[in-house]
Ligand binder design. Structure first.
Ligand code: ADP
Ligand code: GLC
Length: 484
């Protein structure tokens, strides 16, 4: 039996801001429990609901480096053991992330605390599987500060990139201070880019925690094949293409899967009416009307309804939607938005909701419940991202018979097959050029097929619903990697 520890900053059902939490919550459950004992460790945020906190037991507490408190709590749920690193000073806020400056210190602490706790909690993993920059220092600490301790000898590490845009970057002086890592880690080529401008004093060079994870881990993965290729180019790598090219024989692209016990229209308890391939039309109409009632839109089961469920950040292609809004709203279309994020995008959607009342519904909030109803009630889902490592919303949409309209990039390209009207193939509308015009063209096409060729539309829905985007395939690839 292989023992594996997932270290991450979020995990469903405890705390979620994006797809990272979905993946960390669902991948361990998809692995064969007879072969793998997979446990998960995350910070004990105050944001974790009471109903879980109340059931946790304290496993151990100690002073790390004789000065900082580390508590370790534990909860076993659905066959998975979850550990939580407790420290009020760092994790008592209402949200998991603050600003980058504070988060660097909080997650450097978390990474070191994870390793420091292992000898004390009775779990020695064969592999530590780290996710994104918040746990990227684990491989660095393991191969430096903790190297002398026989307990840690032979533990392997995997680092998974969910989003290369966020790296935990600051100047060397500050990162040295928050991490207390030895100076040798900050040589160019390690936590520091080899292309630093040497005119600056060393302490002012930029250092990146994610770069550390990429340099010091045994294997690197990312969440789709296309993204694995893209991040080896300067256009997509945010300055890390040198290391990714250098280590590309250790870089695997493995597409994410979904937990179909959560995301399945025939069993989903959060939607108005369950449906399947046979009851698709009626079921989606009933959900659409329930959604319209809930959001104060006119009840009309037939109106073409497009959804957007997204963090509202530059990554997500919202500038393209801005360029198209007036034209979209001149059509017989409803647009339902669910998201939070950058103020300027939140205000942009609020503005359009005021400009086009009854057509645009802007829900600037986080709501798991509403997201389920939207996946079921919308006809199409927009995912025009500038870059998208994997993307889960288009995968969920496919399962719910909601046609994705996506930019051909990263995981979107790997999961949505372009619609071909002549051959009657494909599962969504895709565009190549990152432009408002290209997006508008796909929306026009979708609108035409929806209203004028309903049988084609229905066949496309069915093709998507029949596909398998569960973890079945990808968990086998992770198993191959764990065996290596
Ligand atoms: P990312 O991780 O970049 O945000 P993904 O597509 O991988 O993008 O995952 C987004 C996840 O978060 C999906 O499960 C989606 O349903 C969910 N989500 C995003 N925004 C909201 C929101 N405002 N309310 C509820 N769920 C949301
Ligand atoms: C990141 C990416 C998203 C991916 C998710 C889970 O947040 O932006 O594309 O699906 O991680 O891997």
């Amino acid at each position: 039996m292989k023992k594996i520890l997932f270290a991450a900053s979020e995990c469903v059902p405890f705390v979620k801001t994006g797809g990272l939490a979905d993946v960390v919550g669902s991948l361990p459950k998809s692995m064969d429990p007879k072969k793998y004992d997979i446990r998960v460790i995350i910070p004990l945020y105050h944001a974790i609901p009471e109903k879980y906190r109340d059931r946790m037991e304290t496993v151990y507490y100690f002073q790390m480096d004789n000065r900082i408190y580390v508590g370790v709590k534990k909860l076993v749920m659905d066959g998975i053991t979850y550990y939580f690193i407790d420290n009020e000073q760092y994790f008592s806020g209402l949200v998991p992330y603050y600003d980058m400056f504070q988060d660097l210190e909080r997650f450097a602490y978390f990474s070191k605390a994870v390793l420091s706790a292992l000898p004390l909690i009775g779990f020695r993993p064969d592999i530590i599987h780290c996710h994104d920059w918040q746990s990227a220092l684990i491989p660095v600490y393991l191969n430096t500060v903790f190297q002398g301790d026989p307990f840690f000898r032979g533990i392997k590490t995997i680092f998974t990139i969910h989003n290369i845009r966020f790296q935990g970057t600051w100047n060397v002086g500050h990162l040295k201070w928050v991490s207390a890592l030895p100076s040798e880690c900050f040589k160019p080529g390690l936590l520091v880019s080899p292309f630093q401008n040497t005119d600056y004093p060393e302490n002012e060079w930029n250092a990146s925690m994610m770069r550390g994870g990429l340099v010091y881990s045994d294997y690197i993965t990312t969440v789709s094949n296309s993204y694995a290729q893209e991040i080896q180019t300067p256009q997509f790598s945010d300055g890390l293409d040198d290391i990714l090219k250098w280590r590309n024989n250790r870089l695997w692209g493995i597409i994410n899967g979904l937990d179909y016990s959560i995301w399945n229209p025939s069993t989903d308890g959060k939607i108005a009416q369950n449906y399947n391939l046979v009851t698709l039309k009626k079921g989606k109409e009933a959900n659409k009307m329930a959604m319209q009632r809930r959001l104060g839109l006119k009840e009309d089961g037939k109106v073409f309804t497009i959804g957007l469920i997204s963090r509202l950040t530059d990554q997500k292609g919202l500038d393209l939607i801005d360029q198209c809004m007036d034209q979209i709203c001149s059509m017989n279309i409803n647009l339902v938005i669910l998201g939070t994020g950058d103020r300027r995008y939140e205000d942009m959607f609020r503005y359009y909701a005021t400009k086009y009342p009854g057509k645009v519904s802007a829900n600037i909030c986080y709501s798991d419940e509403l997201s389920h109803l939207m996946y079921a009630g919308c006809d199409a889902l927009l995912v025009p991202s500038a870059f998208e490592p994997c993307g889960l919303t288009q995968l969920i949409a496919l399962k719910y018979g909601t046609i994705p309209i996506v930019h051909e990039v990263g995981g979107l390209k790997d999961s949505v097959k372009p619609y071909n009207q002549f051959e009657q193939t494909g599962t969504g509308f895709t565009f190549h050029d990152y432009s408002g015009w290209a997006l508008q063209d796909r929306i026009n096409h979708a609108n035409w097929v929806y209203y004028d060729k309903p049988s084609y539309w229905k066949e496309m829905q069915k093709r998507g619903m029949k596909e398998d985007w569960s973890w079945t395939n990808s968990s086998k690839i992770y198993a191959d990697l764990y065996e290596k």
